[in-house]
Design a binder for this molecule. Sequence first.
Ligand SMILES: Nc1nc2c(ncn2[C@@H]2O[C@H](COP(=O)(O)OP(=O)(O)OP(=O)(O)O)[C@@H](O)[C@H]2O)c(=O)[nH]1
Ligand SMILES: [Mg+2]
Length: 451
Amino acid sequence: MNSAVDTICARATASGIGAIAVIRISGSKSIDVISKCFSKSLSNADSHTVHFGVFHTLDGVAIDEVLVTIFHHGRSFTGEESIEISCHGSPYVQQQILDALLASECRMASPGEFTQRAFLNGKLDLSQAEAVADLIAAQSKKAHQIALSQLKGNLSSDLKTLREELIAFASLIELELDFSEEDVEFADRTQLKELVAKVLKTVRQLADSFALGNALKNGVPVAIVGAPNTGKSTLLNQLLGEDRAIVSDEAGTTRDVIEETLNIEGILFRLIDTAGIRETNQNIEAMGIERSQQKIKEASIVLCLADATDKTNLSETQSWSKELREIHTDKKIILLSNKSDLVKNDVTEGIYLSAKEGIGIDVLKAEMVKAVLGEMDLENDTIIANARHHEALIKTAEALEKANTGLYDGTTGDFIAMDIRQAMFHLGSITGDISTDDLLGSIFSKFCIGK
Ligand SMILES: Nc1nc2c(ncn2[C@@H]2O[C@H](COP(=O)(O)OP(=O)(O)OP(=O)(O)O)[C@@H](O)[C@H]2O)c(=O)[nH]1
Ligand SMILES: [Mg+2]
């Protein structure tokens, strides 16, 4: 059977009980298949029309009252003739309907097969197809925003511009090659240098945006660290607005890592409360401390909590956070003077905070948001959130750097043309202009069945 043209079906909604469920069919026999199991004839139905009737088995046993939506060839998500059956959300009903479809001329869709067909039929490019998966998985406003922008084709159009610029470059180089036999050297390669520099800058910007995109997609890890009893668990609870972690005036209360998610201004943060760091002979506490140190490594933002009532702790935390800042230049280290409610008239370091009274929490939240977004303008800048795209952009940049070096070293045009072709190849792999079955397989197999 030719898998590209046979008719496939699958549940499009989550399994389990729901008010309604949607079953999708796609392929050239979609209308034939439904016609055998539906109380009304749909062979003359217009595209984008909805029909109420009874779905029955091939033997005529009624299963459910359903709504059938028709999409004609070329006018559906996949680009093929498609049907959506909205039935009641009982798992039994859904299974009966699927069984009837499978007994007709349908086969079960494999993971991501609907989206893969949309890609193969030119309805979406590869980066847009991947955005479908990201959109479904988005857990916060910002992650949703990035996925939607990619689905709408913003990344695709940026890449298209880059590609056109590289083609322009390649044609200039070709011109040089054409004249090479006459020993004409383009002594002045200024224009070429400018073009490569321009493209390289954009490619690097896109690649760099991955740090932010990835953080927004998966949640920004925030480690709350400090000496025992400084109020780390109190701060976690205050940020969450609930008593999640045990708070006590005994040092060493938190022994293991506690993780909770928090949404601030549409950004998902993963807050991590850790065991207080100090010298200890106790095994369990020592293990907790080791994990705290591990969590600092994994975090993008580290909240260093000091006890403002304890001068020694305050200066120790201050120098410790300074050290962290020097070692981890890619992390945002925020120093907090907690329990400031007890030292009102004293000078404190970092953010003035009372985790217990909720003072300074808004300032802290604003700092956290600022640490994530930096100078980025999410509304207008294209942001990469996909590791595959990031990798391809890095490779594109590498090839462009080689071309750039070649231009300055006076390398002959044919070598530079080769580097440019490499750059175009990697760029093209993002949108799927250049793709292999292996690549497609690995991308679409990560989708759920029904997508
Ligand atoms: N006055 C005041 N007390 C606070 C504040 N924050 C925490 N505390 C108190 O400090 C004590 C320790 O708080 P925890 O939140 O358990 O401290 P911790 O850093 O998680 O401690 P360990 O888990 O043992 O490392 C508790 O008695 C809290 O009520 C604050 O801002 N002001
Ligand atoms: Mg604690």
